[in-house]
Ligand binder design. Structure first.
Ligand code: GLN
Length: 483
């Protein structure tokens, strides 16, 4: 049962092949047996999951089942869950049981989904390898010495390991697309504002966006049907109708033009990674698409701009973690300053502290114009590049990361090396546009992802292009040895 997709489980439950309690029990047992080595879960909510599954089975017996009734999944531990610890991968929030559900969580609960628990992540979503979690690193199910990517490494590893068919995730600079690529699964980062951020713990508010990781594009469409939509509680959430993302999955790609940003096929990308991505692009030609080279001339500025804007916003967002209002408090504080200093000093890990310091510096009087304002100007240039490219073509195709999953420990000593991992993903967050990662090959027995990029609110187009590719190829069906 553990390799079934969301769509298959929905069909099986409707046909009475098994009950929600049966599949939930089966997956919980798998997590118990196998997650010790992978560490994808921070909290398993077994009892709650079985209660939700039982209620779902009862609704079905009463003839009230809907598409999502009884389908198991799990949430990245950045989404607040009522009464359940929401740690954001940090010691700081390791004792924080949220008093409410995030909008995304509430929507899945209302749809009748069953949540198995909370998934591991880089601390406060800062990282590209899941090595900065207070709860320890996550192993890549394809090779346990390698990282699963980050920051949604727990979400990607849990889907790849067959613990859940789908998981929520978030992407501030690549944290859905890169772990999906590293773990050979499918991920979508929607347009900024498409999914409510209410109850999603803020890292960099103008970049953060909730999305999902699944086995294939059809399942991602099913998750998006639940997640997307206006929420009055999030002032950046866009009021725009949500299409049924599953209804356009099979549209023909005949006549579609796919742009290849020439800057993304440079020497930053090794020959075998290039080959995997180019083979995928040839597949699109067979499906009727035409290919055109485009240019994103300011792409090289994305990393420097992001690593000013994201730390600046995180230094403001994380100021609320002070040992008084939220989370961890140090023992025996001598006075109020000691309380703040030691609670924050002991509660945050090294990468989070580094970013708070960079951000506070970039925002300080005298430096604001030189750094933050300049970075925002560069951001506009990057956005304009994407908009110009997407006037010439329907979608863009690109690599997700310069390498496949690297070894644990390989990049931890050099933060800049780690930041360069995001070179192909980060610009999209600066522009606010949607992107996907789908499995498209293997290098050194590790999965490689293809990135698809669309204009604002073109999630349906991306899911359609991803689904057609997956109808024609079998990369998304491959599973790690022993899974
Ligand atoms: N790796 C990037 C960072 O560390 C992106 C993380 C994310 O998307 N949450 O900021």
């Amino acid at each position: 049962m553990h390799t079934k997709t969301i769509a298959e489980i929905a069909r099986d439950l409707a046909a009475g092949e098994y009950s929600s309690v049966e599949i939930t029990t089966d997956l919980l047992n798998r997590v118990k047996q196998l997650d010790g080595d992978i560490n994808s879960f921070i909290t398993v909510t077994g009892e709650q999951a079985l209660a939700q599954a039982k209620a779902a089975d009862e609704r079905r017996a009463a003839g009230q089942a809907e598409t999502w009734t009884g389908i198991p999944m799990a949430h990245k531990d950045i989404f607040c869950t009522d009464g359940v610890v929401t740690s954001c991968g940090s010691k700081m929030l390791s004792n924080f049981a949220a008093p409410y559900d995030a909008t995304v969580v509430e929507k899945f609960n209302q749809a009748g989904a069953v949540s198995l628990g909370k998934l591991n992540m880089d601390e406060f979503a800062m990282g590209s390898s899941n090595e900065s979690s207070f709860y320890g690193p996550v192993a890549n199910p394809w090779n346990k010495d390698h990282v699963p990517g980050g920051s949604s490494g727990g979400s990607a590893a849990a889907v790849a390991a067959g613990f859940v068919p789908g998981a929520t995730a978030t992407d501030t600079g690549g944290s859905i697309r890169q772990p999906a690529a590293f773990c050979g699964v499918t991920g979508i980062k929607p347009t900024y504002g498409r999914v409510s951020r209410w109850g999603m713990i803020a890292y960099a508010s103008s970049l953060d966006q909730g999305g999902c990781i699944t086995r294939n594009a059809e399942d991602a469409a099913m998750m998006m049907n639940i997640m997307a939509g206006y929420d009055a509680k999030d002032s950046t959430c866009v009021e725009q109708p949500v299409p049924d993302y599953t209804s356009t999955l099979n549209d023909s790609l005949e006549g579609m033009t796919i742009g290849l940003p020439k800057e993304y096929f440079s020497s930053d990308l090794s020959a075998d990674m290039q080959q995997a991505v180019r083979d995928a692009i040839s597949e699109y030609e067979k499906l009727g698409a035409s290919i055109k080279e485009v240019s994103l001339p300011n792409a090289r500025l994305a990393i420097p701009a992001y690593y000013i804007i994201a730390p600046a916003e995180c230094s403001a967002n994380l100021s609320r973690m002070d040992g008084v209002r939220f989370g961890y408090r140090c023992d025996d504080p001598q006075d109020i300053n000691d309380l703040y200093k030691r609670s924050r000093g002991e509660g945050f890990g090294g990468e989070v502290k580094r970013r708070i310091m960079i951000g506070a510096y970039a925002l300080s009087a005298g430096f604001y114009d030189a750094y933050y304002k300049k970075a925002q100007q560069v951001r506009r240039l990057i956005k304009n590049d994407f908009s110009a490219a997407l006037k010439e073509v329907d979608i863009l195709a690109a690599p997700v990361s310069p390498t496949p999953a690297f070894k644990r420990g390989e990049k931890t000593s050099d933060p800049v090396e780690m930041y360069l991992e995001d070179i192909f993903t980060i610009s999209l967050n600066l522009a606010g546009m949607p992107g996907m990662s789908i499995p498209c090959g293997q290098v050194n027995n590790l999965p490689v992802g293809l990135q698809l990029i669309g204009d604002y609110f073109a999630e349906d187009r991306l899911l359609n292009a991803a689904h057609k590719f997956q109808q024609a190829t079998d990369w998304h069906l491959k599973t790690p040895a022993g899974i």
